[in-house]
Design a protein around this ligand. Sequence first.
Ligand code: PBG
Ligand code: ZN
Length: 333
Amino acid sequence: MAERLRDNRKTEEIRAKVRETKLEISNFIYPLFIEEAENIKKEIASMPGIYRYSLDRISEELDEVVALGIQSVILFGIPLHKDAEGSESWNDEGIIQKAIRYIKTNYPSLQVIADVCFCEYTDHGHCGVLCERDVDNDLTLVNLRKQVLAQAKAGVDMVAPSGMMDFAVREIRAELDKNGFQHIPIMGYSVKYCSSYYGPFRDAADSAPSFGDRRTYQMDPANRNEALKEAQADIDEGAEILMVKPALSYLDIIRDLKNNFDLPIAAYNVSGEYSMIKAAGKNGWIDEQKVMMETLLSIKRAGADIIITYHAKEAAKLLAPPSLPKGEEKMPS
Ligand code: PBG
Ligand code: ZN
């Protein structure tokens, strides 16, 4: 006999008990843009509520992040000097290395993840070393090892290579292990599509390619089977966490990875996805908070254990447990 399915929807009490997916603050990773400069807190025009900070003001952001119970941040650096290879990215005194040391010293409880790529550091904006107007995979691997070693020496907790170079995870794992950093996990941007949803990020991180696009290294949005191959490659090379990016147009891919692999799955709710909700909310066309929470929930329901999102602070505020009325903070003894 068919169930009366509405019975389990009658009250919030029963709905809460049968709810299959729950968002938690611990699911979130919050991205930070850190500029090599002084006294900077600059809002990104296309990402309301998201700022570029210089290191001397980043505590304004971190105090709030910690107070809200967010446990993890992922760092993107905007260096003062760019060159053809992005050599600032492996400078021990480079912006990200300084940022890692600053955060681990002053906010030791925060998990600090570093994005590993070159597009913010190269004067041409591509994700590696150029050879005949395309990124050379194996020359880039050599520099990837240098960048990740500098981050490890600075005290990073996890690294996340985002450049979609073949064998990046293998090379990074080898370099970390060789230098005594076996314990640093790798979150591979395993399945990263060549997406137009990254537009606002490239303004934020000053990382737009000066010519062409990233189609020779990032994945074709049309491909689904290839995603499994990319994920398998990262597993074989030693990744601890697999990521799908972007999230919303790729929920099918998140579910594919969840169903096929045992590793934790992360999803990157990217800049363009954030900006669209903000824009529609500002216009009063949607209930911004509700659409935000429904969106984050959908990413989790699709199979993501971890969500990298610019909404993390706002979502954390909504998820925080209501504080007890005064005088009832403690159990009576
Ligand atoms: C750099 C990088 C990008 C993002 C994260 N790391 C941009 C790109 O590949 O062009 C995008 C994040 C976002 O849009 O929020 N490799
Ligand atoms: Zn890049």
